[in-house]
Ligand binder design. Structure first.
Ligand code: ZN
Ligand code: ZN
Length: 358
């Protein structure tokens, strides 16, 4: 099978001397497998060159894949030299991630050596086309990352009780993930409880857990450059009839969306499967999309959203995460991560999701 740089080379425009410059951290890592805070990757029809500075040079020579490694002192001069050697005539830039200042500097560097800098969405489209379909190796990395997330959930259940704060729970999960091999957390972990639970992206606070609270934990690990993402809502002590009904509605919506997903299905239909169930009994309480792609970034394409016409294909990895948020009362969200396969879907999440009362 072709490596990711070879597949990217196939997608470059046919015209003579057209190359691409990959500058964002996530896309550099996607192409080379090497994490760094500085550098850029020149991709031509002949291969890829990862340019970086002294701090990363030695490690990059040992670990960066699919590319030649070049050290720079002045990035623009090294880029100019390489473009001359490779007879580059036009250079696609990463439109959606460069700052205006960076784009301006790159354009100047290109002009000085007669290269036409192309500031449009074509490189972003090429990278999105590649990244939206994960290879079996990438899916394995996401599976491994999710295994840590599943283990952290099992671990934390015994440590949630009245008196402990949301912040303590979040920290405890993060420590568990790192102790068990994660290179970090996939995002700032969300732990919200009781009335805070209606803030779907709330920040863990000093609020203590109380009997009767729902505790929503949106958690994920980062492993080998790949993210995982899962949400579970558990109850502490007891639940009211209303809490139980809301939980069941979210679970029904989540199961409906999971059942709707599969190869050949339009993303917006998966969203609709969940949304219709929630809108029927709790209109206006589910204000975000049903899911998003996950990979070298925590949020990527496609989206299970009303507006996404993407057709699901084998190799896509997407979350399914409906929720109900009742302001001033409580919230519930349940989130799994699925991989689309040739015949259906594989649920990469293995934590239980029937209502747990601790
Ligand atoms: Zn999440
Ligand atoms: Zn998510």
């Amino acid at each position: 099978m072709k490596n990711v740089v070879e597949r990217m080379t196939d997608l470059l425009p046919e015209e003579d001397g057209c190359a691409a410059l990959v500058t964002s951290g996530s896309n550099r890592r996607y192409l080379t497998g090497f994490p760094s805070s500085a550098g850029m990757v020149l991709v031509t029809k002949n291969g890829a060159w990862f340019m970086t500075d002294f701090r990363y040079f030695e490690a990059a020579q040992l670990k960066a894949k699919n590319c030649h490694v070049v050290m720079y002192t002045r990035a623009s001069e090294t880029l100019q030299k390489l473009m001359k050697e490779q007879h580059v005539k036009s250079l696609l830039l990463e439109y959606s991630t460069l700052t205006l200042a960076q784009a301006g500097d790159l354009e100047k560097a290109c002009e000085a050596v007669g290269v036409h800098a192309i500031k449009d969405e074509s490189l972003d489209t090429i990278l999105r086309t590649l990244r939206i379909i994960k290879t079996p190796e990438e899916i394995q990395k996401i599976r491994d990352s999710q295994a840590i997330t599943d283990a952290s959930f099992e671990y934390i259940l015994s440590r949630i009780h009245p008196g402990v704060t949301e912040r303590e729970i979040a920290l405890d999960i993060e420590f568990f993930m790192r102790r068990n091999g994660a290179e970090g957390v996939a995002f700032d972990l969300i732990v919200v409880s009781g009335k805070n639970g209606s803030q779907c992206h709330g920040v863990p606070s000093e609020k203590t857990i109380e009997n009767g609270d729902f505790v929503t934990m949106d958690i994920g690990a980062l492993l080998g450059g790949y993210h995982s993402d899962m949400t579970r809502t558990v109850a502490v002590g007891s639940v009211t009839e209303k809490q139980r009904r809301v939980y069941q509605t979210v679970l029904d919506a989540q199961l409906a969306a999971l059942a709707a997903a599969g190869p050949g299905v339009v993303c917006s239909k998966v969203d609709k499967a969940a949304r219709d169930i929630i809108e029927k009994d709790y209109p206006g309480t589910f204000g975000h999309s049903t899911g998003h792609g996950v990979g070298v970034e925590i949020h990527e394409w496609p989206r299970f959203a009303v507006s996404d016409p993407t057709v699901l294909l084998p190799g896509m990895v997407v979350t399914v995460e409906p929720g109900i948020y009742l302001a001033g009362e409580f919230g519930v969200r349940i989130e799994d991560m699925i991989a689309i396969t040739a015949s259906g879907t594989e649920n990469l999440t293995h934590s239980p999701k029937e209502l747990i009362i601790l």
